[in-house]
Design a protein around this ligand. Structure first.
Ligand SMILES: NC(=O)c1ccc[n+]([C@@H]2O[C@H](COP(=O)([O-])OP(=O)(O)OC[C@H]3O[C@@H](n4cnc5c(N)ncnc54)[C@H](O)[C@@H]3O)[C@@H](O)[C@H]2O)c1
Length: 272
């Protein structure tokens, strides 16, 4: 079990939405929390409102994420929980995506998490009390759908990164645990993501509400709900934090299609 009370936590993308919701719930459980975000004014305002420490960082830049770690260690002297959550979510069909679309999406949503793991994993490993990583993915990585191609590519990457890391931590007997947070539809600011896009890299990605494609019956949660679900998963060292367990039939249908492909033809005899 990861102890939240008395811990020091870092949450990226903490100025808004899910990140802010997680930070608030960690603080409610007795953690000291630094929130890092690309938007200086928003992160300072959010930190003042929830009682966190604000840091400005663009997670797509390794040096910024290293700066977050340096500042957290300087201020708090330790780090126990890291939530790699910052992300953007605009839409376009794959045929319309420019290379700048792909690079921006992958830089923020996948390299942002890679940077967080690269910088913080050694610090958590060096913590005598162990530590916990949370990486924010999406239901769109379990049930991918049209127009979220570049987004789903990054979230599949976050799945792979987190599941391989979980296996490696377990086989090494590490005191560090990792949770994959898989949100469904959550009321946040993600439908205004394109404001973060570098001005010199235009493309086809356009803002739209991310949950719309999940299904018309999809329930919308508040960030505070996701915060509570995430803190529960951290405290129980759960490998997954699922916000919409009622979405399992759609996930099972996808896996049934994959299973059918496995069973369609008999195996070919190969050399032993
Ligand atoms: N809202 C949903 O329905 C939903 C569903 C599945 C997954 N998610 C994921 O949840 C995470 C949080 O998104 P949200 O819905 O809370 O959106 P949000 O826009 O409310 O919050 C995202 C935060 O990340 C920050 N950010 C964006 N680019 C950044 C960068 N390069 N460096 C640092 N900070 C940056 C933004 O300023 C913002 O404060 C994302 O990874 C998103 O993909 C959201």
């Amino acid at each position: 079990m990861t102890r939240v009370a008395g811990s020091v936590a870092v949450v990226t993308g903490g100025a808004s939405g899910i990140g802010r919701g997680i930070a608030e719930q960690l603080i409610a459980r007795g953690a000291r929390v630094a929130i890092a975000d690309i938007e200086a004014g928003a992160v300072e305002a959010a930190a003042a409102e929830i009682g966190a420490h604000p840091l400005v960082a663009d997670v797509s830049r390794l040096e910024d994420v290293q700066g977050v770690a340096d500042q957290v260690l300087e201020r708090f002297g330790r780090v126990d929980i890291v939530v790699n959550n910052a992300g953007v979510g605009p839409f376009a069909r794959i045929a319309d995506l420019t290379m700048d679309d792909w690079r921006w999406m992958i830089d923020v949503n996948l390299f942002g998490v890679i940077h967080g793991v690269h910088v913080f994993l050694p610090l958590l490993e060096a913590n005598p009390d162990g530590g916990h990583l949370v990486n924010t993915s999406s239901m769109s990585a379990l049930t991918p759908f049209e127009t979220l191609g570049s987004y789903a590519v990054t979230k599949f990457g976050v799945h792979a990164l987190t599941e391989v890391l979980q296996a490696e931590l377990a086989s090494a007997g590490s005191q560090v645990h990792a949770t994959l947070l898989v949100p469904g539809s959550v009321r946040t600011g993600i439908a205004q993501s394109t404001r973060h896009r570098p001005a010199d890299a235009p493309g086809s990605l356009r803002d739209a509400q991310i949950g719309l494609g999940f299904s018309s019956s999809s329930r919308w949660l508040d960030p505070a709900d996701v915060g509570r679900i995430t803190v529960r998963a951290i405290e129980n060292d759960d490998p997954y934090a699922i916000t919409h367990p009622d979405r399992w039939p759609a996930v099972a249908a996808r896996f049934a299609g994959i299973q059918a492909a496995f069973e369609k033809y008999p195996p070919i005899d190969g050399e032993a």
